[in-house]
Design a protein around this ligand. Structure first.
Ligand SMILES: [Fe+2]
Ligand SMILES: [Fe+2]
Length: 358
């Protein structure tokens, strides 16, 4: 491969090793949970489906997929300036998100090995997939003369504790939204190969099938636990998780619309498509979904997008911290108000018997 050494425009912890991006409310999270509660879960209500999913995981369809081919053997120095910065950021965020899945699933596989072997085996096989995804992305970063120190990331990141029920809502949605994100980019570039400026996107078709299978696993787990789906609390929490996932993605992606433009996508249309698809997919298991066609939904999100732009602009000024805080306060309050408004948009009740294995 032809590479030239160039001064890095990124902060490094060692030469060639990128300093992890600063953690904010919008960066990918690392999770931990109550392993004992998870070990005690009774899966008998949907054990057959879970066994079928385990058999699929064992097939390991993507065993030979994540191998770098000749397409990568060239210099990527022509991707430069702002596009290069956005590309590196995209690869880092994706790698961090995949790696966070790997860590959680690996730990669950290890801790549940003796107490809940069916779950443990599924988690271990999913951690195998996530390790491949994270590794492939980290290797892609090396095309831009950088890598992430995943060991350092493991030790340095804060872990968010979620009870098992919330882990399942969150991971179900993140797998399904991941599927829709990858497949949408893949299909777009299939139609517009001239925008495929880097070969990793060619791998997204098989890759997203891993995420889809992972999502199906969490779908099956949720159906094995009717109490996670069939009461008023479940409806409130499902709304909360759907909204949080959609709002986080929208704010993140619109902030990086130049990245999507570099591969010929309009970030707004892309996100709206992914949100609609993920919302419809969630109706297969969640008791409620969000009414994303209600004009109030995107109106509120757009106000948050503009607030976040102003927050970043304030951050870039030379004002002292207390002054910055006072300027930011009304914007934080506005974001909170918009989130509450979003939460109170009447949801769509899913017309089916929840809690049944169907
Ligand atoms: Fe993944
Ligand atoms: Fe996954």
């Amino acid at each position: 491969m032809v590479t030239t050494v160039r001064p890095s425009e990124f902060e490094e912890i060692r030469p060639g090793v990128k300093a992890p991006a600063k953690e904010t409310i919008l960066t990918p999270r690392f999770y931990t949970t109550d392993f004992e509660e998870m070990a005690k879960m009774d899966l008998s209500a949907n054990e057959e489906e879970l066994k079928a999913i385990l058999a699929e995981f064992k097939e390991d369809y993507n065993r030979h997929h994540f191998v770098r081919n000749a397409d990568f053997d060239q210099s990527w120095d022509h991707i430069d300036g702002e596009t290069r910065r956005l590309f590196v950021e995209f690869l880092e965020r994706s790698c961090t998100a995949e790696f966070s899945g790997f860590l959680l699933y690996k730990e669950l596989g290890r801790r549940l090995k003796d107490t809940n072997p069916l779950l443990a085996e599924c988690f271990l096989l999913m951690s195998r997939d996530e390790a491949r995804h994270a590794g492939f992305l980290n290797k892609a970063l090396s095309d831009f003369n950088l890598t992430l120190d995943l060991g350092f990331l493991t030790k340095s990141r804060k872990y968010t504790f979620f009870k098992p029920k919330f882990i399942f809502y969150a991971t179900y949605l993140s797998e399904k939204i991941g599927y829709w994100r990858y497949i949408t980019i893949y299909r777009h570039l299939e139609q517009h190969p001239e925008s495929r400026i880097y070969p990793i996107f060619k791998f997204f078709e098989n890759w997203c099938q891993d995420e889809n299978r992972h999502g199906d696993f969490f779908d099956a787990i949720l159906k094995a636990q009717p109490s996670f789906l069939n009461d008023w609390k479940a409806k409130l929490w499902c709304r909360f998780f759907l909204l949080s996932v959609f709002a986080t993605m929208y704010l993140n992606d619109l902030q990086r619309s130049d990245f999507y433009a570099s591969i010929g996508l309009d970030a707004r249309s892309y996100d709206k498509h992914v949100i609609e698809k993920t919302n419809n997919t969630a109706a297969r298991v969640f008791p409620v979904i969000i009414d994303v066609d209600n004009p109030a939904f995107y109106e509120s999100l757009e106000i948050c997008v503009s607030n976040c732009e102003q927050l970043r602009a304030i951050d870039e000024t030379n004002a002292i911290a207390p002054v910055k805080f006072l300027r930011k306060l009304p914007l934080y309050l506005s974001n909170m108000t918009q989130f509450i408004k979003l939460y109170f948009i009447k949801p769509i009740e899913v017309e089916k018997q929840q809690g049944c294995v169907c």
